[in-house]
Design a protein around this ligand. Sequence first.
Ligand SMILES: Cc1cc2nc3c(=O)[nH]c(=O)nc-3n(C[C@H](O)[C@H](O)[C@H](O)COP(=O)(O)OP(=O)(O)OC[C@H]3O[C@@H](n4cnc5c(N)ncnc54)[C@H](O)[C@@H]3O)c2cc1C
Length: 403
Amino acid sequence: MRYDVVIAGAGPVGLLLACELGQAGSAVLVLEQAASPDSPLKRLPFGLRGLNAPTLEALDRRGLLDAVAAGQVLKPEKGPPPPGTAHWLSQGRKLGGHFAGIPFALDNVDSGRWPWRLRSPVGTQMAVELQALEAVLAERAQALGAVILRGAGVQSVRMGADEVQVEAGGQAFRGRWLVGCDGGRSTVRKQCGFSFAGTDPEFTGHSLSVELEDPTVLSPGRHTTAQGMCNFNPPGTIALADFDGGAGHRQPLDRESAQALLRRISGREATITALHLATTWTDGARQATAYRRGRVLLAGDAAHVHSPLGGQGLNLGLGDAMNLGWKLAAVVRGEAADALLDTYQAERHPIGARVLEWSRAQVALMRPSAGSRALAAIVADLAETRDGATYLAERVWGVGQQL
Ligand SMILES: Cc1cc2nc3c(=O)[nH]c(=O)nc-3n(C[C@H](O)[C@H](O)[C@H](O)COP(=O)(O)OP(=O)(O)OC[C@H]3O[C@@H](n4cnc5c(N)ncnc54)[C@H](O)[C@@H]3O)c2cc1C
């Protein structure tokens, strides 16, 4: 069988795209490398994700928001937040968000300065678990006819004039179009010769789930230190930024090396008695120079990667899926010329570039150098002002995004 669209990757972006295409009647196959949708990295506390205004509005328009909100992590009626979720979310003070760990207060944000923004019942922020979000999207995609094949990682791609041939999990598949939603290390992007331009990492981010002999040795919350940044969410969730040029990325950590790292970055004599889970990430920031090559398109992390600071990547990718879905469906149905797909690049690439710059600016403020510390103090003062908080909210909540 030849599908209208083959999607590589059943992450949140691939799944939302499958929903959009399925809703418009396209025959969709989603090929997913992982055999199971279950992963400790997608569950709390590591799987905590912040959704912003454009995402919430998109989910609302598709009738998905109630199901997503049912799994919301920090609903007031749910009582205290689950152990290990982000400390700033569990503080009494009403925070609007943060920029490089510099908080801005909710009541300092003047939403009257966004006259273009229509009244919306959905709010501007929601914390969810990635795995729960994916489950909602997968259920909807399948209800709309999409086939999701797990344990079928894309290995090779052959681009033809009329179709794309894909080898995945030892089988061959055909589609009129292929969309790579297969994450930051995208096989589709590499196989199809997309160029991925940007900047190398300055730091390695470490997310750790640990047991500490004495958790009071560490101060809860996010702290810039002489060696980087330490964000401690009691009882045992820790994020560390080590300005090592990314050398620690994907290097295995055992309990001893995790403890040495924690002591070096935090500057505290913390003792780890058990290491449950550890993963790394970096602030490498890269973006595909083109989002389309012939019959192959990219969306989500496959098209752009950057540090997770400020929680933008998922929202950016879901915006890609919303923009691309109806256009690709219209082309598949013969109701629009291929040229419509070029507007996907024209509209989404600048938004992606802006998010990459936003993440780079945060890295510049986080560096442990004296100059960055001085600059961060000034930005903290500005964040306390009404103008500053409103500016930051506009960017972090995505309300200033034009598309
Ligand atoms: C610690 C951390 C915190 C974050 N917090 C936030 C936040 O609060 N808000 C926010 O907006 N963003 C956040 N992000 C970023 C966000 O998680 C990503 O941008 C988002 O998950 C990207 O979605 P995606 O579907 O494009 O890619 P992914 O989520 O990476 O999904 C890609 C899928 O493709 C599959 N795959 C890989 N290779 C293949 C292959 N060859 N064939 C088939 N399938 C393949 C993978 O198994 C995976 O299921 C955070 C990221 C990290 C690391």
